[in-house]
Design a protein around this ligand. Sequence first.
Ligand code: FAD
Length: 405
Amino acid sequence: MLGGGFAGSYVARLLKKRGATIVSPENFMLYTPLLPEAGAGTLEPRHVVVPIRQMCPHAELLLGRATSLDESARVVRAETLTGPLEISYERLVVALGAVTRTLPVPGLAEHGLGFKSLADAIALRNRVLQQLELAATDPDAVDQLGYVFVGAGYAGVEALAELHDLSHAALRFYPTLRGVKQRWVLVDAAPKILPEIPMRLGEYAHRHLEKQGVEIHVETTLESYDGRAARLSNGTVVPARTLVWTAGVRAHPLLSTLGLPIDERGRVRVDETLRVEGCEDVWALGDGAAVPNARTPGLVDPPTCQHALRQARRLVKNLTGAPKPYGYRMLGQVATLGHYKGIAEIPGLRLRGFLGWFVARTYHLYQLPLLSRKLRVVTDWTVSLLFRRDIVELSMLGHPEKLGE
Ligand SMILES: Cc1cc2nc3c(=O)[nH]c(=O)nc-3n(C[C@H](O)[C@H](O)[C@H](O)COP(=O)(O)OP(=O)(O)OC[C@H]3O[C@@H](n4cnc5c(N)ncnc54)[C@H](O)[C@@H]3O)c2cc1C
């Protein structure tokens, strides 16, 4: 199994005692839908990840990165903790996922932040809290509390909503910032935010964010960013020390070097049973594969956990029995919009506000693997209902002082 993310971990978990060897740079699976809440501090970072060794007790975990594949010799090469390793396989599952897709916008690579990993979420949380500390010493510097989020899909909208709430809730502890305006701006090239969800729910999300003071620019792109101001294609200039780029993903770049067939977006091409085209014993799924779906003819699956999970279920059946075509129709979609607000589309119902928020949280709790993780998350949520937001800024974590310094 190359990759222990959503797709890879689920395949290994569902294979149970049949066993698997997972090659993964981390020893955990990140439950990405809860990442915005980890960024906002509502959830402990450790509680939004699931240890692979607990989730897949029958699998062998090799911490490292796959580097190349020799399909004819059935060998994967990987850079592991102990150095380079050759791993032979009977059957290979490729689940390397996707990386953030950036565009050649001047200044973006140098000054922009991503929101894809746990490290990204915690770095952003620390940045928001640091900006409050900085602004407290110089309330006239308007760019300190300026934030631009480019990309109004789930990740961008949820991250903005959660961090916006954190920053405003923290203000009560900064007396010198009373009355100082923050500027939170959401930008997207599409004509509406959250294009994946039904129109009415998207409109609700738009209205709710605007009511919170978020400035939304649709049909707009980022032209440049120099670390202090973002210039938008509609002529708006936003003074902002923080710009978060969440405008889409692209297949993991390693995929195009493995010698497997790939499509124009760099995703591995698989047939309807998730077998890589032209390969007998190589299978692929998740964000890094172009997976045809029998329930949506002519379309390959979008990059979502929901699809990765359903693909994993079908793949395990195909690996252990007669392969059958994969098919899945999305049952619904949920998103949270900060404290107590959310949207949810479930069969026969479209919910918004508190009910949408409640259903979104309940759904994620149900989907999160391991009872111990679920309990930790429920405890965090309960504590956050009773107490004010935690505003400690822990950017020093991972950088201990050397002895003698
Ligand atoms: C902030 C955010 C919020 C999201 N929210 C939602 C949501 O609410 N609902 C939803 O349905 N979807 C959501 N998604 C999308 C969802 O996370 C993905 O669709 C899903 O994770 C895809 O699973 P995957 O296994 O293909 O990729 P990933 O989960 O990304 O896993 C890929 C794995 O490959 C590993 N890897 C990378 N390089 C190597 C290498 N060289 N060798 C070995 N392993 C390697 C990575 O470390 C990673 O663990 C969200 C995504 C983000 C970023």
